[in-house]
Design a protein around this ligand. Structure first.
Ligand SMILES: Nc1ncnc2c1ncn2[C@@H]1O[C@H](COP(=O)(O)OP(=O)(O)OP(=O)(O)O)[C@@H](O)[C@H]1O
Ligand SMILES: [Mg+2]
Length: 318
């Protein structure tokens, strides 16, 4: 059921979704065939994960994605079942397949990302038009990587278009895509520590150092900078405060999808007009609940409800 408190429209852009295959095996050994103990298929890609997360939180978001070929058809079946509203644009080629291997003996996790279909300028602009129209004065969520053939300033254009329509853009990406998107002044970015270090071109020593760089990004026009810190939680730097949310201690099954769950949780609360503190708390609760799940499985809503009260958010005077 849709969340009665959600006020703003929410649109999610997913230009390169995937079918994720997860194999659970004892151990990978070179030149030897190994039989999976379990295998599963899930819809994948960062935007898709955010869309799935929003649906679990009862947010009526629409996810805009590109699908191709028979694998794309398989993905559509999965998305129809697992997402709320979806808008598909079909192109030639095949939707990519991503592989995850989980080794039970070592606990190691291997991930291979597949190659997506070619997308023309006309095609991605058509999808972007639909995305911006749905977003209106709401939230436009733009995450993940793009097919290499697409321009690295595509997310920057998406941010500009969202802002021109009166909306707020949320970016969770990296490298050139993130760098260019920042120039277009998004409302929120959510780099992890390493993505922020790559962005600023140096190692960051401590929280003070991280906050210093976040403030520099704000001077360039980003309103909120959220830096996720894995098991240490996250920092959220707004114009008026620096908040630190501690991640609750949880048993870790797989960290896949933690970042996407954090974005979904924060967006869900932003769409309700909640405070920065509550948005950060929700993001941390959702992501902690996701790390408790195996493979690419996302959080369980009941677990989020239990964890929320355990997330400590405090204001730092940095
Ligand atoms: N071991 C953990 N225990 C509890 N919460 C965790 C743990 N690892 C991650 N999280 C939660 O997930 C959030 C996002 O994790 P992280 O900083 O690793 O993001 P990320 O690198 O962007 O993730 P992803 O690989 O999914 O993109 C953290 O801020 C934290 O709230
Ligand atoms: Mg991430």
């Amino acid at each position: 059921m849709d969340n009665a408190f959600t006020k703003l429209p929410v649109a999610v852009l997913s230009l390169n979704p995937a079918v994720d295959i997860t194999y659970e095996i004892p151990q990978l050994i070179a030149d030897q065939k190994v039989h999976a103990l379990k295998s599963r298929y899930d819809p994948g890609g960062n935007g898709i994960n955010v869309g799935r997360g929003l649906k679990r939180l009862g947010v009526p978001a629409c996810t805009f994605c590109i699908v191709a070929g028979e694998i794309g058809r398989f993905l559509c079946h999965q998305l129809d079942a697992q997402l709320g509203q979806v808008s598909y644009l079909e192109v030639d080629g095949e939707t990519r397949i991503n592989g995850t291997i989980l080794e039970s003996v070592t606990g190691a996790q291997f991930e291979v990302s597949g190659v997506g279909p070619a997308v023309s300028t006309t095609q991605w602009q058509l999808l972007l038009n639909r995305f911006v129209t749905h977003c209106g004065d709401g939230l436009g969520i733009i995450t993940g990587s793009l097919q290499r053939s697409l321009p690295t300033d595509l997310y920057a254009e998406a941010v500009r278009r969202v802002r021109a329509a009166g909306g707020r853009a949320l970016i969770d990406s990296h490298d050139e895509l993130l760098r260019n998107a920042i120039d277009a002044q998004p409302f929120l970015i959510k780099p992890n520590r390493f993505e922020l270090e790559a962005l600023v071109g140096r190692s960051l020593m401590d929280e003070q150092d991280i906050v210093r760089e976040a403030r520099r990004l704000q001077e360039r026009g980003v309103t909120w900078v959220c830096i996720s810190l894995g098991s240490e939680g996250a920092l959220l730097v707004t114009s008026s405060s620096v908040l630190k949310g501690e991640a609750p201690p949880v048993p870790v099954a797989s960290t896949v999808g933690a970042g996407d769950s954090m974005v979904a949780g924060m967006a869900a609360l932003l769409a309700q007009g909640a405070s920065a503190e509550d948005a950060l708390r929700e993001g941390i609760a959702c992501s902690a609940a996701t790390v408790m799940q195996p493979g690419t499985e996302l959080f369980d809503k009941n677990t989020v409800d239990q964890l929320r009260e355990k997330v400590r958010v405090r204001s730092l005077s940095l």
